[in-house]
Design a protein around this ligand. Sequence first.
Ligand code: PFF
Length: 453
Amino acid sequence: MSQITPKARDGFTSKFGVLAATLGSAVGLGNIWKFPYLTGENGGAGFLLVYVIATLLVGLPVMISEIMLGRKGKSDAVTTLSKLAPKGQPWWLIAAMGVLAAFLIMSFYSEVAAWVFAYIFKAVDGSILSTDPKVTGAAFGALISDPLQSLLWQWLVLALMGGILLMGVSKGIEAVTKKLMPVLFILLLVIGIRSLTLPGASQGLHFLFSPDFSKITAGVVLTAMGLAFFKLSIGMGCMMTYGSYFRDDQNIPLTTFRVMCADLFVSMLAGIAIFPAVFAFGFEPTAGPSLLFITIPAVFASIPFGHLFMVLFFVLSAIAATGAMLSILEVPVSVVSERFGMSRPKATLLNLLVLGAVGSTCALSNSSLADVHIAGKTFFDLFDFVSSNVLMPLGGIFLCLFVGWVWGFERMKEALTNGGELELAILKPLFFIIRYVSPLLILIVMLKGLGLF
Ligand code: PFF
């Protein structure tokens, strides 16, 4: 007689797969687009230092907590928090806020990704290959101010992500990131070495590694902390969702630490690939969000074999964006499919349709909706600001409070040592940081940075 067993939950199958998918979520346009332009805008090495401190004191503890809760709950983020919280306490609201953050992030992220995908083709046909930033600026302006092109590229990107997600967690996300992540590292190393061997590269390195603290204000510290949240994909249920796909024998603190180091390394490499070249050719590092799309093509056009390297660079950026977008989308897709019992294909389609609508506000932020401002910001800038500087840090505070004050040390120890199998010397200091240091630090930086006290 055949036995009816419930269908096993999909998850990551190999240890390398866990690492590749988690790293695939962390590494993204945050490293290649956001990190360089924010570092350039905020004075270089001083900003970098604050960012690294935020990553260690806030990013790492929140990320470990989130993955740990996810693996314990083995469900989507909303269900996990409802399961793990004492009866009647609405901690699941953290995850609900995370779903909102996922939509906001995906709205602008898919648009930047759309530009990256479009730039692969422009790089190939040579239409953005000019040493004059005015020419590359005009090419970028033409792309983002064209509503139809902006929308079409965004929907194309969304459809591509939908296709991968439909294949599931192990056959889709894990299989794709396992193939793409090594390619990304190799490409980035090649471009980094190319940039370092340019004459005048040292000025760029100086900018990246010699701090000037005069530019550090409360707002800059909030931006650096927001970047740490954005970079590690934390404070919004993404790592909780991925944690639920982790293997039971995975060493969570070690994996998290490796992902954090590799992610920092990629940001450094991106900085090393970009700033020496920017300085070597006399461009400004403070170009802002357009740095990647206006300055970089001009820089590549000035380098021998620049055409080839530019194509490689945008392919690399597209790869990085893909791993990250899969993880952002997985948050609402898993909630809708597991919590509300919809089939995975239907849940994916539903989320993509909603995103196509919400995201179009960001796609049109430089054209039809350029004059619509809320709190002085376009939809694009507003969604970026609110997600990184408000929702994710807020999620981080509540996650720390949950682990530090509700869940408690014993359960954390049980979960992180895999039921006593692992020896972990860091448990006590880690718990202290999660209970006191991280939430307080996030709160102070947030309130100061938002000008609330
Ligand atoms: N960490 C990604 C990046 O740096 O590009 C962005 C991101 C991914 C943010 C997943 C949030 C998230 F849930």
